[in-house]
Design a protein around this ligand. Structure first.
Ligand code: 26V
Length: 813
């Protein structure tokens, strides 16, 4: 271990020569990155093996977090931070003539996730390792991560994210640990020694090859594993060659089709082929992951009846739900258990997190597809369903309505959320409001049947990446002010509240924020050639683009501000810079039009000399983890404006809060809990409450057109979408947007909340003028953000759901 600068420099230079045959002055930034990565790998190699050895010898219960997504982002800076080597390496590199930040930029951003769900999984891995829990990730090594977004002529254009092109210094291919996964075929049933035996024949077997990524905990060296699976052909080329002339090409085709399983994150599932591929991916993850988990379990030499004491399998949303029938299949077909015993083991091992209430996002698979692709697994699902429905009718005689509502297989579809609830011992939502709505609404009958299964685990974010790494100056100030205990116990951030009225501390907070804004302004100038005023309010909405997140309301409000400034050019205004970052699903046309609209408005506003010094609008392309780390520390205002009841939790809201931005938000998701801690003084709430939204959905009574006719501000901006004027065009480019609001009655209540949003934005302008009061609010936000550290969340999962203890003592919750 190079625990001082000189040792580091020596080790570094040696590696440069021995691995690349280069001297310092020949090395490129890419070389430096690679060598640094390899050095860290060497440093942790022994500890990684030791951690695994420790788990084995202590027979510790292991948690496996199954997720189709791990949005880990870059690892270099975070790994150095967690190893306590950040300063040593930064200083050493500087003396060697390199800037660490620049080297960090060499790393591709591992974008193996769509958004919040995948990022949550990554934060959880960091907390599990940092708190010393035996918890591992199990996912897919997609060859292409989430698409790279380019904005061309205002439109989103998607490019493949070829993140592995230059290799991945963090991964270790483990061919010795590969497993076979089987698809298709027919099930043959026979009687052997008085037992019914199920054998799948004519199936297609493929290899799942694991790539292990070390997950380095903060502080005492503790290294867990993120195991990502890659699909490879198991076809023997020699046998193929025997099969005729075209077989070489067939072989290549076949290989390509096998490899496609781990090729793309979230393939386009609008058609049958795409859906099938997604289902294949899900089973691939479940089957490969489970085989490897059970192989480790079997080494303990314990009977399978002890599986729930030694293994917890957690499924991140319904995507890995096939774990349930797959475990049943192994227990029954391979281990010889009877149904009841297998069911008991399975339902005491698997737990499930629900991440959305949106009905269109609840997964369903056509029965035919599941039956053909996974014949034996389908039989088991059918049996689970039969027994479950039978039990319902026994307990609630005559209630066919209940059976129709709750069945796992219904209308020729397999409902994955139902299977997940029935087959697991714990179901949790991701914020209190979300869990309450699950219980009262979407999963009401299941809650009534299994009340003890339902619990809440409000999401969290790792303060190591989102505060210490993303905002080092703020972290330093915090440590200078309250000591360093907050790093291991983020609740200690509460001590900052004492300093909220301290002018010197306020001044430091605002100075650091300004520094972060200047850095972001540099980035913007470099990328877009636009200069932004660091003294303007940086108002930020960065997240996936979706109707319910209401980026549209934000941009319509910007259009309204533009109109106001045009109408009253001499009026003084608090300067504002609106910053957007968002990727739209490639087939989501409305979302893509909203991106175009933001870019058109940005162009008009930024070119208009009358706006100068008052209003700027930016759309930052390719929002990603690493971009988030640049943007969030620079924000003054955090936009968390979803239609109440729609955003399960949100985690961006927590990241902004931790970096001292004030939130303008609805009472939705975790905003509710933020508000409980911050009160009205430190957060800007507006808009409908979730009960009011639900009431409208149930009983009607909302008419978007009325809002449009009644409020001249609304009428004006809505008209500007479709008629010639500053923002439009001849080709009705924004007709779809206008239609969604006026003709389809504004599903997400954009117009209904517009007025209260605009008023609250005006209140923010006034509040910002009082710099000291603003700083005090910002400090209160940072002070309470410790509550949203994923360390606290993980401690609760560990204690309440997984029943595991840390290898080292954990912090107090
Ligand atoms: C998926 C889809 C699929 C296609 C149709 C539209 C749609 C809309 C939403 C989703 C979300 C799926 C699950 C998800 O990513 N949930 C997010 O999980 C985060 C971590 O718990 C949470 O903070 C976010 O509020 C929640 O949206």
């Amino acid at each position: 271990m190079f625990n001082n600068k000189e040792l580091f420099k020596t080790a570094f230079k040696e590696q440069l020569v021995s691995r690349l045959g280069k001297s310092m002055d020949e090395a490129t930034a890419g070389d430096i990155y690679k060598i640094l990565g390899n050095l860290i790998r060497e440093v942790i190699g022994r500890e990684w093996a030791e951690t695994n050895q420790e788990y084995k010898s202590q027979q510790q219960k292991q948690v496996y977090y199954f997720s189709m997504e791990f949005l880990i982002g870059r690892l270099l800076g975070n790994n150095l931070l967690n190893l306590g080597l950040l300063e040593t390496v930064r200083d050493g590199l500087l003396e060697l003539g390199w800037n660490l930040e620049e080297i960090e930029e060499q790393e591709p951003d591992a974008g193996l996730g769509n958004g919040g769900l995948g990022r949550l999984a990554a934060c959880f891995l960091d907390s599990l390792a940092s708190l010393g829990y035996a918890g591992h990730g199990c996912g897919i090594r997609y060859k292409y991560g989430l698409f790279e977004q380019k904005i061309i002529d205002g439109h989103q254009v998607e490019l493949p994210d070829d993140w592995l092109q230059k290799g991945n210094v963090w991964e270790e291919r483990r061919p010795d640990k590969r497993v076979l996964v089987s698809f298709w075929g027919q099930v043959e049933i026979s009687e052997e020694n008085g037992r019914t035996v199920f054998r799948t024949v004519n199936d297609e077997k493929i290899w799942a090859v694991p790539y292990d990524v070390p997950v380095i905990g903060y502080g005492d060296l503790h290294v867990n594993t993120l195991r990502l699976w890659s699909a490879e052909s198991a076809m023997d080329p020699a046998r193929m060659r025997m099969q005729g002339q075209n077989s070489y090409y067939k072989f290549l085709d076949y290989n390509r089709s096998v490899e496609s399983i781990s090729e793309f994150l979230y393939p386009d599932d609008s058609g049958y082929e795409g859906k099938l591929l997604r289902l294949k991916q899900q089973y691939f993850l479940c089957s490969a992951g489970l085989h490897s988990v059970l192989r480790t379990f079997e080494k303990l030499g314990r009977p399978y009846t002890e599986l729930p004491d030694k293994v917890a399998l957690h499924i991140n949303d319904t995507h890995p739900t096939l774990l349930i029938p797959e475990l049943m299949r192994i227990l029954i077909d391979d281990q010889g258990f009877g149904w009841d015993e297998a069911w008991d083991i399975t339902t005491r091992t698997v737990s499930y997190t629900n991440h959305t209430l949106l009905s269109e996002a609840l997964e369903k698979w056509p029965v035919n597809m599941v039956r053909e692709l996974l014949p034996r697994v389908y039989m088991i699902i059918e049996e689970i369903n039969k027994r479950f429905c039978g039990m319902l009718l026994e307990r609630f005689p005559g209630r066919q309505d209940l059976v129709d509502q709750m069945a796992i297989i219904e209308s020729d579809q397999v409902k994955m959320a139902h299977l997940a609830v029935v087959g697991s011992y714990s179901v949790n939502g991701v914020a209190q409001l979300h869990t309450d709505l699950l219980k009262q609404d979407v999963m009401k009958p299941f809650y009534e049947l299994y009340p003890e299964r339902f619990n809440n685990k409000t999401n969290g974010i790792t303060h190591r990446r989102w505060l210490m790494h993303a905002n080092p100056e703020l972290s330093r100030l915090i440590s200078e002010t309250i000591g360093t205990e907050w790093i291991l116990n983020p609740h200690q951030l509460l001590k900052l509240e004492e300093y909220k009225d301290d002018p010197a501390f306020q001044e430091s907070i605002m100075r650091i924020k300004r520094g972060n804004k200047l850095r972001l302004a540099d980035y913007i100038r470099q990328k877009q050639g636009i200069s932004v005023d660091p003294d303007s309010i940086f108002d930020v909405q960065v997240k996936r683009l979706h109707g319910y997140k209401r980026q549209l309301m934000n941009i319509l409000h910007v259009m309204h501000l533009y109109n106001e400034i045009k109408d009253h050019p001499s009026e003084e205004r608090v300067p504002r810079t609106f910053i957007f970052g968002a990727k739209a699903a490639p087939g989501y046309y409305l979302a893509k039009s909203i991106i175009k609209l933001i870019n058109v408005v940005a162009d008009v506003v930024n070119r208009d000399p009358q706006m100068n010094g008052k209003l700027k609008v930016l759309f930052l392309e390719n929002y990603s983890v690493s971009l988030a780390e640049k943007i969030i520390p620079a924000a003054n205002v955090s936009e968390q404006i979803s239609t109440a009841g729609k955003e399960a939790s949100g985690t961006g809201n927590m990241k902004f809060m931790m970096n001292g931005a004030l939130t303008i938000g609805t009472l939705d998701g975790a905003n509710v809990e933020m508000h409980e801690m911050l009160g009205d003084d430190n957060m800007f709430l507006f808009g409908l409450r979730s009960e009011e939204v639900l009431q409208y959905y149930r009983s009607g009574g909302y008419h978007a057109r009325e809002m449009y006719e009644r409020d001249p501000r609304i009428k004006r901006v809505m008209d500007q979408l479709v008629s010639a004027g500053p923002f439009c065009c001849h080709d009705l480019e924004f007709g779809l947007i206008s239609q969604s609001i006026l003709d389809l009655n504004d599903e997400f209540f954009v117009l209904r909340d517009f007025g209260s949003y605009a008023d609250t934005q005006a209140a923010i302008d006034r509040a910002y003028l009082d710099t000291q009061a603003w700083a005090a609010k910002s400090i209160v936000n940072i002070a309470h953000a410790g509550h949203f550290s994923s360390d606290c969340t993980i401690n609760r999962y560990a204690a309440d759901i997984w029943k595991i203890r840390p290898v080292q003592p954990a912090i107090q919750v």
